[in-house]
Write a protein that binds this ligand. Structure first.
Ligand code: MV4
Ligand code: CA
Length: 448
């Protein structure tokens, strides 16, 4: 087992990883930017090193600085968390190449193979996993795209090869939209991912967004830990996630889980990962793989009792998974509410400032993942998420009731998304689990 692990991240996920390390008897090393000098993850770690000024590309994205600290601190493992360098195959490769230090995540080869979306689709097809109807090679010309519009019927989506999370995705509803959409998808692909290749999929108008949690060890065992429903999104930002999905029955649950296992096995994937699907009319279609731990891993932990971050670290240290697929059981229902320092009444604009009050709820079935305390400065330099409220209960109905209770007690000194979550808990469509990916963008009129 590792002796010292460096967490190349900040905020709640850094503390989450450090908690798993502490339970495994592993010393923790934090890295921090000038803006995070007194941040919670720094206080929590056994050792902490400054890696640069506030801007992410001069600190948390600076692979050289992170590897230099790993060397100085004698770390024998690096956990990237999510965001920042978590899906940067080049950085993973540098860690793999560095003597005596292990990357806690999939191999850089698996990250590269699955990061190329058309390649991921080809791998899934080889594993008999249904993919969203579309191309499995990049498209070049507007004429090709118009032919695909005729073949699949509009609307279609043009997606960046290196994309994900909605970036570099253009929805096309007719022939005359093709030229501009193709140009901007290629430009965004180049700008965001350094890759202007794009491909085409039939755009599903009203799907549920269901993702399957995978854990695969380095001895050939790949398991799924059930699914999460992430359909409640606003502008490609997940707002509330839950497990299990209200959209799946037992049959669909088993087949989507098996499909995810087959797909990651075909990809030679190891460690934790998430296979994203779109579900429509009781059919599921592969969309993409996230080669990292996700923000919403928590709801899966709550309904399976499995500590996913612990298993990531054990897998990276060469251990076998301590359970088989038959041992994985989904018990109860969990929801995660992202508490962002944003003002829902002002188009969710960021609300940095001093945390004059911070009084999270507790009690049976209530979990708070955070790294902040009253009096902290909420920096505007990073992602606006400052905490996660995770609620677990025996059924979805009980989970809604408990979530309403927890949110009513959640007092935060800056404007946050808490009032928005309270509204959602009163929304009939959400309460019935009938919301799809377009629900929020359609029904909640933005003020801006
Ligand atoms: N072919 C096809 N059809 C429907 C889709 C629906 C989504 C989608 C998924 C989740 C929330 C959304 C909100 C607005 C618009 C789209 C979505 C989607 N996403 C969103 C981000 C990235 N994960 C891909 N891809 C789609 N692709
Ligand atoms: Ca190495």
């Amino acid at each position: 087992m590792f002796e010292t692990l460096l967490v190349a991240n900040r905020g709640e996920i850094a503390v989450r990883v450090m908690q798993a390390c502490e339970e495994l008897g592993i010393e923790t090393v934090a890295v921090y930017s000038d803006a995070d000098r007194s941040a919670g993850h720094v206080a929590y770690a056994d050792e902490a090193y400054n890696i640069g000024p506030a801007p992410a590309n001069e600190s948390y994205l600076d692979g050289d600085a992170i590897l230099e600290v790993a060397d100085r601190a004698g770390a024998d493992a690096i956990h990237p968390g999510y965001g920042f360098l978590a899906e940067n195959a080049a950085f993973a490769e540098r860690v793999e190449a560095a003597e005596g230090i292990t990357w806690v995540g999939p191999s850089s080869d698996a990250m590269t193979a699955l990061g190329e979306k058309t390649n991921a689709r080809r791998i899934m097809q080889r594993a008999d996993v249904p993919v969203v109807p579309g191309t499995t090679e990049p498209v070049e010309t507007a004429a090709e795209v118009r032919d695909l519009g005729a073949e699949f019927g509009y609307p279609i989506a043009i997606k960046a090869e290196g994309g994900g999370g909605g970036r570099g995705m253009k929805i096309v509803r007719s022939d005359d939209e093709v030229d501009d959409a193709l140009t901007s998808a290629k430009r965004e692909g180049e700008a965001y991912f350094g890759n202007d290749s794009v491909y085409v999929e039939k755009f599903l108008e009203d799907p549920k967004h269901v993702e399957v949690q995978i854990l695969a060890d380095e001895h050939g065992t790949a398991l799924h830990l059930g699914e999460r429903d992430c359909s409640l999104q606003r502008r490609h930002q997940k707002v509330i996630e839950e497990a299990p999905s209200p959209a799946l029955d037992a049959g669909l649950r088993d087949s989507i889980g098996d499909a995810a296992r087959r797909g990651v096995r075909e990809a030679g994937y190891t460690n934790a990962g998430t296979v994203e699907f779109l579900v429509e009319d009781s059919q599921f279609y592969f969309m993409e793989v996230n080669t990292r731990i996700q923000v919403e891993h928590t709801v899966t932990e709550e309904v399976t009792g499995i500590d996913i971050v612990r298993e990531q670290i054990r897998i990276a240290a060469g251990a076998e998974l301590p359970f088989a697929q038959a041992d994985v059981e989904i018990d109860g229902h969990a929801m995660e509410f992202r508490i962002n320092a944003e003002n829902p009444a002002a188009g969710f604009a960021p609300t940095p400032g001093t945390l004059t009050a911070y009084d999270p709820p507790g009690g049976l079935g209530v979990r708070i993942d955070d790294a902040i305390a009253r009096g902290d400065e909420i920096a505007g330099d990073y992602d606006s998420m400052i905490a996660k409220l995770i609620v677990r209960a025996p059924t979805r109905e009980r989970c809604l009731e408990r979530s309403r209770r927890a949110l009513s007690q959640f007092d935060v000194g800056v404007e946050t998304t808490v009032p928005f979550h309270r509204l959602m808990l009163a929304d009939e469509t959400f309460r019935a689990g009938g919301h799809t990916t377009s629900y929020l963008d359609q029904s909640v009129e933005d003020d801006d």
